[in-house]
Write a protein that binds this ligand. Structure first.
Ligand code: AMP
Length: 355
Protein backbone atom coordinates (compact mmCIF):
# COMPACT_ATOMS: atom_id res chain seq x y z
CA UNK A 1 0.00 0.00 0.00
CA UNK A 2 1.36 3.38 -1.02
CA UNK A 3 1.95 5.74 1.90
CA UNK A 4 3.06 9.27 1.01
CA UNK A 5 5.24 10.64 3.77
CA UNK A 6 5.60 14.35 4.65
CA UNK A 7 7.60 15.99 1.85
CA UNK A 8 5.99 13.71 -0.74
CA UNK A 9 3.99 14.92 -3.75
CA UNK A 10 0.25 14.52 -4.34
CA UNK A 11 -0.53 14.76 -8.06
CA UNK A 12 -3.88 16.47 -8.63
CA UNK A 13 -5.62 16.34 -12.00
CA UNK A 14 -7.60 19.56 -12.44
CA UNK A 15 -6.74 23.05 -11.24
CA UNK A 16 -10.07 24.60 -10.23
CA UNK A 17 -11.12 25.74 -6.76
CA UNK A 18 -11.34 22.15 -5.53
CA UNK A 19 -7.72 21.54 -6.56
CA UNK A 20 -6.74 24.82 -4.92
CA UNK A 21 -8.34 23.89 -1.59
CA UNK A 22 -6.85 20.37 -1.80
CA UNK A 23 -3.38 21.83 -2.35
CA UNK A 24 -3.80 24.22 0.59
CA UNK A 25 -4.85 21.32 2.85
CA UNK A 26 -1.92 19.19 1.62
CA UNK A 27 0.51 22.02 2.40
CA UNK A 28 -0.70 22.12 5.99
CA UNK A 29 0.21 18.43 6.34
CA UNK A 30 3.71 19.02 4.96
CA UNK A 31 2.85 17.50 1.59
CA UNK A 32 3.46 19.10 -1.82
CA UNK A 33 0.93 19.19 -4.63
CA UNK A 34 1.57 19.06 -8.35
CA UNK A 35 -1.39 20.37 -10.36
CA UNK A 36 -2.10 19.19 -13.91
CA UNK A 37 -4.60 21.46 -15.65
CA UNK A 38 -5.67 22.07 -19.23
CA UNK A 39 -5.32 25.89 -19.34
CA UNK A 40 -2.96 28.40 -17.73
CA UNK A 41 -5.54 30.36 -15.78
CA UNK A 42 -6.14 27.83 -12.99
CA UNK A 43 -7.02 28.83 -9.40
CA UNK A 44 -4.84 25.98 -8.07
CA UNK A 45 -1.75 27.17 -10.00
CA UNK A 46 -1.71 30.21 -7.68
CA UNK A 47 -0.99 28.12 -4.58
CA UNK A 48 1.71 25.65 -5.64
CA UNK A 49 4.80 26.01 -7.83
CA UNK A 50 4.56 22.41 -9.14
CA UNK A 51 2.30 22.64 -12.15
CA UNK A 52 1.73 21.34 -15.67
CA UNK A 53 -0.47 23.15 -18.17
CA UNK A 54 -1.40 20.70 -20.94
CA UNK A 55 -4.35 18.82 -22.45
CA UNK A 56 -5.47 15.80 -20.39
CA UNK A 57 -4.67 13.52 -23.33
CA UNK A 58 -1.00 14.57 -23.72
CA UNK A 59 0.70 11.23 -22.98
CA UNK A 60 4.27 12.56 -22.66
CA UNK A 61 3.22 15.16 -20.10
CA UNK A 62 0.95 12.74 -18.23
CA UNK A 63 3.99 10.47 -17.98
CA UNK A 64 6.21 13.27 -16.62
CA UNK A 65 3.46 14.21 -14.17
CA UNK A 66 3.15 10.63 -12.89
CA UNK A 67 6.94 10.36 -12.51
CA UNK A 68 7.00 13.48 -10.34
CA UNK A 69 4.17 12.41 -8.00
CA UNK A 70 3.85 9.77 -5.30
CA UNK A 71 0.13 9.28 -5.83
CA UNK A 72 -2.41 10.65 -8.32
CA UNK A 73 -5.85 12.00 -7.48
CA UNK A 74 -8.52 14.19 -9.09
CA UNK A 75 -10.57 17.31 -8.69
CA UNK A 76 -11.72 16.94 -12.29
CA UNK A 77 -12.52 13.36 -13.17
CA UNK A 78 -13.85 13.47 -16.71
CA UNK A 79 -10.75 12.19 -18.48
CA UNK A 80 -11.17 9.71 -21.33
CA UNK A 81 -11.15 6.12 -20.00
CA UNK A 82 -7.97 5.15 -21.86
CA UNK A 83 -6.04 8.12 -20.41
CA UNK A 84 -7.24 7.14 -16.93
CA UNK A 85 -6.09 3.57 -17.51
CA UNK A 86 -2.76 4.87 -18.78
CA UNK A 87 -2.24 7.02 -15.67
CA UNK A 88 -3.23 4.13 -13.41
CA UNK A 89 -0.58 1.97 -15.12
CA UNK A 90 2.09 4.50 -14.15
CA UNK A 91 1.29 5.35 -10.54
CA UNK A 92 -1.05 4.55 -7.70
CA UNK A 93 -4.32 6.34 -8.52
CA UNK A 94 -6.87 7.14 -5.79
CA UNK A 95 -9.76 6.83 -6.41
CA UNK A 96 -9.02 4.15 -9.01
CA UNK A 97 -10.23 3.90 -12.64
CA UNK A 98 -13.21 1.65 -11.73
CA UNK A 99 -14.73 4.29 -9.42
CA UNK A 100 -14.18 7.00 -12.03
CA UNK A 101 -15.55 5.09 -15.01
CA UNK A 102 -18.64 3.91 -13.09
CA UNK A 103 -19.55 7.43 -12.01
CA UNK A 104 -18.63 9.22 -15.27
CA UNK A 105 -21.61 7.72 -17.04
CA UNK A 106 -25.08 8.41 -15.62
CA UNK A 107 -26.40 5.10 -16.95
CA UNK A 108 -23.67 2.87 -15.45
CA UNK A 109 -23.83 4.94 -12.25
CA UNK A 110 -27.59 4.42 -11.86
CA UNK A 111 -27.35 0.72 -12.71
CA UNK A 112 -24.53 0.33 -10.16
CA UNK A 113 -26.55 2.14 -7.46
CA UNK A 114 -29.64 0.01 -8.17
CA UNK A 115 -27.45 -3.11 -8.09
CA UNK A 116 -26.58 -2.26 -4.48
CA UNK A 117 -30.30 -2.27 -3.64
CA UNK A 118 -30.40 1.54 -3.28
CA UNK A 119 -33.24 3.69 -4.60
CA UNK A 120 -32.96 6.16 -7.51
CA UNK A 121 -35.44 8.07 -9.65
CA UNK A 122 -36.96 5.85 -12.36
CA UNK A 123 -34.84 6.03 -15.52
CA UNK A 124 -34.53 4.67 -19.04
CA UNK A 125 -31.67 4.51 -21.54
CA UNK A 126 -32.07 6.81 -24.54
CA UNK A 127 -30.05 6.29 -27.73
CA UNK A 128 -32.43 7.71 -30.33
CA UNK A 129 -35.28 10.20 -30.72
CA UNK A 130 -37.78 7.31 -30.75
CA UNK A 131 -36.23 5.91 -27.52
CA UNK A 132 -36.71 9.36 -25.97
CA UNK A 133 -40.39 9.49 -26.93
CA UNK A 134 -40.98 5.88 -25.80
CA UNK A 135 -39.20 6.50 -22.48
CA UNK A 136 -41.36 9.55 -21.82
CA UNK A 137 -44.50 7.51 -22.46
CA UNK A 138 -43.25 4.78 -20.10
CA UNK A 139 -42.09 7.06 -17.27
CA UNK A 140 -44.73 9.77 -17.67
CA UNK A 141 -44.34 13.55 -17.73
CA UNK A 142 -42.61 15.56 -16.49
CA UNK A 143 -39.19 13.97 -16.88
CA UNK A 144 -35.61 15.11 -17.33
CA UNK A 145 -33.42 14.15 -20.26
CA UNK A 146 -29.73 14.08 -19.28
CA UNK A 147 -26.68 13.31 -21.36
CA UNK A 148 -24.87 10.27 -19.94
CA UNK A 149 -21.52 12.05 -19.86
CA UNK A 150 -20.05 15.45 -19.08
CA UNK A 151 -23.10 17.15 -17.57
CA UNK A 152 -22.73 19.39 -14.54
CA UNK A 153 -24.52 22.37 -12.99
CA UNK A 154 -27.57 21.61 -15.16
CA UNK A 155 -25.60 21.47 -18.44
CA UNK A 156 -26.75 18.69 -20.76
CA UNK A 157 -30.19 18.54 -19.10
CA UNK A 158 -33.68 19.41 -20.26
CA UNK A 159 -37.02 19.16 -18.49
CA UNK A 160 -39.49 17.37 -20.74
CA UNK A 161 -43.28 17.64 -20.77
CA UNK A 162 -44.24 15.58 -23.84
CA UNK A 163 -43.02 12.74 -26.09
CA UNK A 164 -42.53 15.26 -28.88
CA UNK A 165 -40.40 17.48 -26.62
CA UNK A 166 -38.36 14.43 -25.56
CA UNK A 167 -37.47 13.67 -29.17
CA UNK A 168 -36.61 17.33 -29.82
CA UNK A 169 -34.43 17.61 -26.70
CA UNK A 170 -32.54 14.46 -27.73
CA UNK A 171 -31.89 16.08 -31.13
CA UNK A 172 -30.69 19.28 -29.39
CA UNK A 173 -28.10 17.15 -27.52
CA UNK A 174 -26.86 16.20 -31.02
CA UNK A 175 -27.82 12.59 -30.41
CA UNK A 176 -25.47 12.14 -27.42
CA UNK A 177 -26.28 8.92 -25.51
CA UNK A 178 -28.65 9.99 -22.72
CA UNK A 179 -31.02 8.82 -20.04
CA UNK A 180 -34.53 9.97 -19.29
CA UNK A 181 -35.29 10.31 -15.60
CA UNK A 182 -38.67 10.59 -13.99
CA UNK A 183 -39.08 13.98 -12.31
CA UNK A 184 -38.87 13.60 -8.54
CA UNK A 185 -41.16 15.87 -6.55
CA UNK A 186 -38.74 16.03 -3.63
CA UNK A 187 -39.21 17.72 -0.25
CA UNK A 188 -35.60 18.87 -0.34
CA UNK A 189 -32.12 17.89 -1.50
CA UNK A 190 -29.29 16.67 0.70
CA UNK A 191 -25.87 15.14 0.21
CA UNK A 192 -23.46 13.06 2.15
CA UNK A 193 -19.73 13.68 1.92
CA UNK A 194 -17.67 10.77 3.18
CA UNK A 195 -14.20 9.27 2.98
CA UNK A 196 -12.79 5.78 2.68
CA UNK A 197 -9.17 5.23 3.60
CA UNK A 198 -6.67 3.04 1.78
CA UNK A 199 -7.15 0.54 4.64
CA UNK A 200 -10.96 0.50 4.21
CA UNK A 201 -11.67 2.82 7.17
CA UNK A 202 -14.77 4.98 6.70
CA UNK A 203 -15.73 8.45 7.97
CA UNK A 204 -18.78 10.51 6.99
CA UNK A 205 -19.71 14.14 7.62
CA UNK A 206 -23.13 15.26 8.76
CA UNK A 207 -25.28 15.42 5.61
CA UNK A 208 -26.16 19.01 4.67
CA UNK A 209 -29.38 20.21 3.09
CA UNK A 210 -28.61 21.75 -0.31
CA UNK A 211 -30.52 24.52 -2.04
CA UNK A 212 -30.02 24.98 -5.79
CA UNK A 213 -30.84 28.01 -7.90
CA UNK A 214 -30.67 27.80 -11.70
CA UNK A 215 -29.17 24.29 -11.33
CA UNK A 216 -26.23 25.68 -9.34
CA UNK A 217 -25.70 25.02 -5.64
CA UNK A 218 -26.67 28.18 -3.74
CA UNK A 219 -26.23 27.07 -0.15
CA UNK A 220 -25.57 24.08 2.07
CA UNK A 221 -26.98 24.03 5.58
CA UNK A 222 -25.99 21.91 8.60
CA UNK A 223 -27.76 20.64 10.52
CA UNK A 224 -30.20 19.65 7.77
CA UNK A 225 -33.87 18.77 8.08
CA UNK A 226 -32.98 15.05 7.94
CA UNK A 227 -33.97 13.06 11.00
CA UNK A 228 -31.19 11.25 12.83
CA UNK A 229 -32.38 7.97 11.27
CA UNK A 230 -32.27 9.51 7.76
CA UNK A 231 -28.82 11.02 8.39
CA UNK A 232 -27.59 7.58 9.49
CA UNK A 233 -29.17 6.01 6.42
CA UNK A 234 -27.44 8.59 4.19
CA UNK A 235 -24.08 7.68 5.72
CA UNK A 236 -24.80 3.97 5.19
CA UNK A 237 -25.63 4.68 1.54
CA UNK A 238 -22.26 6.41 1.12
CA UNK A 239 -20.51 3.52 2.85
CA UNK A 240 -22.16 0.88 0.65
CA UNK A 241 -21.15 2.84 -2.47
CA UNK A 242 -17.57 3.48 -1.29
CA UNK A 243 -17.03 -0.17 -0.30
CA UNK A 244 -18.45 -1.51 -3.57
CA UNK A 245 -16.17 0.78 -5.61
CA UNK A 246 -13.16 -0.10 -3.42
CA UNK A 247 -12.95 3.65 -3.15
CA UNK A 248 -10.05 5.60 -1.67
CA UNK A 249 -10.59 9.32 -0.98
CA UNK A 250 -13.57 11.59 -0.42
CA UNK A 251 -16.76 11.10 -2.38
CA UNK A 252 -20.14 12.82 -2.29
CA UNK A 253 -23.55 11.28 -2.84
CA UNK A 254 -26.33 13.69 -3.83
CA UNK A 255 -29.76 12.69 -2.54
CA UNK A 256 -33.39 13.59 -3.09
CA UNK A 257 -35.48 13.42 0.09
CA UNK A 258 -39.08 12.60 -0.77
CA UNK A 259 -42.15 13.82 1.12
CA UNK A 260 -42.62 10.33 2.54
CA UNK A 261 -39.07 10.35 3.90
CA UNK A 262 -37.27 8.17 1.34
CA UNK A 263 -33.71 8.88 0.21
CA UNK A 264 -33.11 8.52 -3.53
CA UNK A 265 -29.57 8.63 -4.91
CA UNK A 266 -29.29 11.30 -7.61
CA UNK A 267 -25.59 11.36 -8.35
CA UNK A 268 -22.17 10.27 -7.05
CA UNK A 269 -19.25 12.71 -7.26
CA UNK A 270 -15.93 10.85 -7.01
CA UNK A 271 -14.16 13.80 -5.39
CA UNK A 272 -14.48 16.53 -2.81
CA UNK A 273 -17.73 18.41 -3.29
CA UNK A 274 -19.14 21.93 -3.11
CA UNK A 275 -21.66 20.80 -0.48
CA UNK A 276 -18.73 19.91 1.81
CA UNK A 277 -17.00 23.31 1.86
CA UNK A 278 -18.49 24.14 5.28
CA UNK A 279 -16.32 21.37 6.78
CA UNK A 280 -13.28 23.69 6.50
CA UNK A 281 -14.48 25.80 9.43
CA UNK A 282 -17.07 23.58 11.14
CA UNK A 283 -15.20 20.27 11.50
CA UNK A 284 -11.99 19.11 13.12
CA UNK A 285 -10.78 17.77 9.75
CA UNK A 286 -12.12 19.33 6.52
CA UNK A 287 -13.15 17.32 3.46
CA UNK A 288 -9.99 18.57 1.73
CA UNK A 289 -7.63 17.41 4.47
CA UNK A 290 -9.62 14.17 4.67
CA UNK A 291 -9.16 13.51 0.96
CA UNK A 292 -5.43 14.21 1.16
CA UNK A 293 -5.12 11.92 4.20
CA UNK A 294 -6.99 9.12 2.41
CA UNK A 295 -5.05 9.31 -0.87
CA UNK A 296 -1.73 9.63 0.98
CA UNK A 297 -2.53 6.45 2.91
CA UNK A 298 -2.69 8.28 6.24
CA UNK A 299 -5.22 7.62 9.00
CA UNK A 300 -8.52 9.40 8.36
CA UNK A 301 -9.22 12.55 10.40
CA UNK A 302 -12.13 13.27 12.72
CA UNK A 303 -15.24 14.36 10.75
CA UNK A 304 -17.14 15.56 13.83
CA UNK A 305 -18.99 18.84 13.30
CA UNK A 306 -18.47 21.26 16.18
CA UNK A 307 -20.62 24.19 14.95
CA UNK A 308 -23.73 24.79 12.89
CA UNK A 309 -22.93 26.27 9.49
CA UNK A 310 -24.42 27.76 6.34
CA UNK A 311 -22.18 27.79 3.27
CA UNK A 312 -23.21 30.13 0.48
CA UNK A 313 -21.65 30.21 -2.97
CA UNK A 314 -20.53 33.51 -4.46
CA UNK A 315 -21.56 33.36 -8.10
CA UNK A 316 -20.53 35.61 -11.01
CA UNK A 317 -20.69 39.35 -10.31
CA UNK A 318 -21.66 38.75 -6.67
CA UNK A 319 -17.92 38.63 -6.04
CA UNK A 320 -17.76 42.40 -6.69
CA UNK A 321 -19.22 42.80 -3.18
CA UNK A 322 -16.15 41.14 -1.62
CA UNK A 323 -15.73 43.93 0.94
CA UNK A 324 -19.15 43.49 2.49
CA UNK A 325 -18.92 39.67 2.14
CA UNK A 326 -15.65 39.79 4.08
CA UNK A 327 -17.51 41.26 7.04
CA UNK A 328 -20.04 38.47 7.26
CA UNK A 329 -18.21 35.19 7.76
CA UNK A 330 -15.35 33.00 6.61
CA UNK A 331 -14.69 34.25 3.08
CA UNK A 332 -13.02 32.14 0.41
CA UNK A 333 -12.23 33.67 -2.97
CA UNK A 334 -10.85 31.36 -5.63
CA UNK A 335 -8.66 33.86 -7.50
CA UNK A 336 -10.64 33.68 -10.76
CA UNK A 337 -10.00 36.66 -12.99
CA UNK A 338 -13.28 36.83 -14.85
CA UNK A 339 -16.65 36.82 -13.07
CA UNK A 340 -18.61 35.05 -15.83
CA UNK A 341 -22.34 34.41 -15.43
CA UNK A 342 -22.95 31.33 -13.28
CA UNK A 343 -19.26 30.92 -12.43
CA UNK A 344 -18.40 29.95 -8.85
CA UNK A 345 -16.07 32.74 -7.68
CA UNK A 346 -15.88 31.88 -3.99
CA UNK A 347 -17.97 30.98 -0.99
CA UNK A 348 -18.67 32.27 2.46
CA UNK A 349 -19.37 30.10 5.50
CA UNK A 350 -21.30 31.53 8.43
CA UNK A 351 -21.01 29.68 11.73
CA UNK A 352 -23.26 29.50 14.75
CA UNK A 353 -22.73 27.63 18.01
CA UNK A 354 -24.10 24.08 17.72
CA UNK A 355 -27.62 23.79 19.09
P1 AMP B 1 -27.73 16.63 -11.54
O1 AMP B 1 -26.84 17.24 -12.58
O2 AMP B 1 -28.23 15.28 -11.91
O3 AMP B 1 -27.11 16.66 -10.17
O4 AMP B 1 -29.01 17.60 -11.43
C1 AMP B 1 -28.89 18.95 -11.04
C2 AMP B 1 -30.14 19.37 -10.27
O5 AMP B 1 -31.31 19.25 -11.10
C3 AMP B 1 -30.44 18.51 -9.06
O6 AMP B 1 -29.69 18.91 -7.93
C4 AMP B 1 -31.93 18.76 -8.90
O7 AMP B 1 -32.18 20.02 -8.29
C5 AMP B 1 -32.43 18.81 -10.34
N1 AMP B 1 -32.80 17.45 -10.78
C6 AMP B 1 -32.00 16.56 -11.38
N2 AMP B 1 -32.63 15.39 -11.63
C7 AMP B 1 -33.88 15.53 -11.18
C8 AMP B 1 -35.04 14.66 -11.12
N3 AMP B 1 -35.01 13.43 -11.64
N4 AMP B 1 -36.16 15.17 -10.56
C9 AMP B 1 -36.22 16.43 -10.04
N5 AMP B 1 -35.16 17.29 -10.08
C10 AMP B 1 -34.01 16.86 -10.61
Amino acid sequence: MTIVKPGGVIGIIGGGQLGRMLALAAARLGLKSCIYNDGADAPAFQVTPLQINAPYTERALLTGFAQNCDVITFEFENLPADDLAYLASLKSMRPGPKALSTTQDRLSEKQFVRGLGLATAPFAEVNSASDAAAALRALGAPAILKTRRLGYDGKGQAKIESADAAAKAFASFKGAPSILEGFVDFAFEASVVAARGADGAFAAYDPPENIHENHILRRSIVPSRLTQAQADEAKQIARAIADALDYVGVLAVELFVTYDGKLLVNEIAPRVHNSGHWTIEACACSQFEQHIRAVAGWPLGDPTRHTDAVMENIIGAEADAWESLAKGGALHLYGKREARLGRKMGHVTRLKPKK
